[in-house]
Design a protein around this ligand. Structure first.
Ligand code: MEV
Length: 311
C-alpha cells in the first residue's frame, strides 16, 4: 500500500440550465478550476476524517456528509476493511452551488483508489459520486457529478449520452459568493411542488430555461456575442426568481454586477444563497465588476475565463 496517496477534484460552475436540468432540459456546466479539493489518504489504526467542515471518526460523521460516509465505507469494505486517515483540503466553499459535495466525493474516491493501488475508471468514479450525491441531495440530475468526474465543459441532458462543449472564443466571468449557504435540496423539492401544483404556469418556464441554454450554446460554439448572452443569462435569472430559487442575497450581488458593467448575471447552482455568475466583456471589465462585488459585500470573488487552452 502507498504511504500517502492523493486524490484531486475540481468544483463545477453551471452557466445555465440549473433546475430545468432536473426535468430533462439541457444545462451547460464547466469545471471551475479555481476551486479544487485535494484529499490525502494515509495509514491509520482507526478510520477517521479530517477537514475544515468535520473532524472525527467515520461513525461520527454528520448527516450532511451521509453520502460521503456511505461510499467511503463501501470502498473500504471492498478493499478488505483497512483503516485509513482521510484528510480533505478544499478551496471549494461548502454548499454554495459550486458542486462541493461532488468534488469532495470524487477527490476521496480517487485518493482511496490510489492508496489501495486499484485502477479506477471514469465510469466507476461516476458511479460512486452519483451514489453519494443521491444520498446528499435526493434526486440530483447528475450534472454536478458528470462535470466533476470528466473535468470538462459539458452539455448535459439527463439520461442522454454526454456531449462536450467546445468554446470557440474566450468568455470572461466573475463569480461571487453571497456567503449564504445554498439550499439546493429544498429548492429542488419546491420547484417540484410548483410544477405539480400548477404545471400550466411553471412548465413553460422550465422549457424556456432549456431554450435559453440552447441559444447560449450556439453563441459559445460559434461567435460569442457577449451582450446577447448576457441578456439571456439575466432572462434565465428572472425565470429562476419566478421558480422561487433566488433570494435577496443573490439579487443584491446580481444588481451590483449589472450596475458595474456586467453584460448579464444570474445565480449558479441550487440557489437560495450560494453564488452568482456574471458575464463580462473582457478582463478590465472583470476587474471592475469584481471590485464592486467585493465592496458590495461578497464573501469571495473569482475572475474566471473559459476557452483557454485546456478547455
Ligand atoms: C445543482 O448544482 C443543480 C440543480 O439543477 C440540481 C440538479 O441538477 O441536481 C439545482
Amino acid at each position: 500500500m502507498a504511504a500517502l496517496a492523493t486524490g484531486i477534484a475540481t468544483a463545477k460552475l453551471i452557466l445555465c440550465g440549473e433546475h430545468a436540468v432536473v426535468y430533462g432540459e439541457p444545462a451547460i456546466s464547466v469545471p471551475f478550476s479555481q476551486a479544487i479539493v485535494k484529499t490525502d489518504v494515509t495509514e491509520a489504526t482507526e478510520t477517521s476524517f479530517s477537514s475544515a467542515f468535520f473532524e472525527g471518526s467515520l461513525d461520527e460523521m454528520p448527516a450532511f456528509l451521509a453520502g460521503i460516509k456511505e461510499i467511503t465505507e463501501q470502498i473500504l469494505r471492498r478493499m478488505g476493511d483497512k483503516k485509513v486517515m482521510i484528510n480533505v483540503m478544499s478551496d471549494v466553499p461548502i454548499g454554495r452551488g459550486l458542486g462541493s459535495s461532488a468534488a469532495v466525493a470524487a477527490s476521496i474516491v480517487r485518493g482511496l483508489y490510489v492508496y489501495f493501488k486499484q485502477p479506477l475508471t471514469e465510469k466507476e468514479l461516476l458511479h460512486w459520486v452519483n451514489q453519494s450525491e443521491k444520498i446528499a441531495h435526493g434526486k440530483p440530475s447528475g450534472v454536478d457529478a458528470v462535470t466533476v468526474v470528466t473535468g470538462k465543459p459539458v452539455w448535459f441532458e439527463k439520461d442522454k449520452s454526454l456531449e462536450l462543449i467546445h468554446f470557440n472564443q474566450k468568455a470572461h466571468f466573475v463569480v461571487a459568493d453571497t456567503g449564504v449557504p445554498s439550499e439546493t435540496r429544498s429548492a429542488v423539492l419546491d420547484v417540484g411542488h410548483l410544477l405539480q401544483n400548477d404545471p400550466q404556469l411553471y412548465q413553460p418556464m422550465i422549457i424556456k430555461l432549456g431554450d435559453i441554454s440552447r441559444e447560449i450554446k450556439k453563441y459559445f460554439e460559434t461567435n460569442l456575442d457577449v451582450a446577447q448572452v448576457g441578456l439571456l443569462m439575466t432572462e434565465a435569472q428572472k425565470l429562476l426568481e419566478k421558480l422561487t430559487v433566488s433570494d435577496a442575497s443573490l439579487e443584491k450581488l446580481i444588481r451590483t454586477a449589472l450596475e458595474n458593467g456586467a453584460a448579464g448575471a444570474k445565480l449558479t447552482g441550487g440557489g437560495r444563497g450560494g453564488c452568482i455568475i456574471s458575464l463580462v466583456e473582457n478582463q478590465e471589465s472583470a476587474r471592475k465588476v469584481a471590485d464592486a462585488l467585493q465592496r458590495g459585500g461578497a464573501a469571495r470573488v473569482w475572475i474566471f475565463t473559459i476557452g483557454e487552452d485546456n478547455q
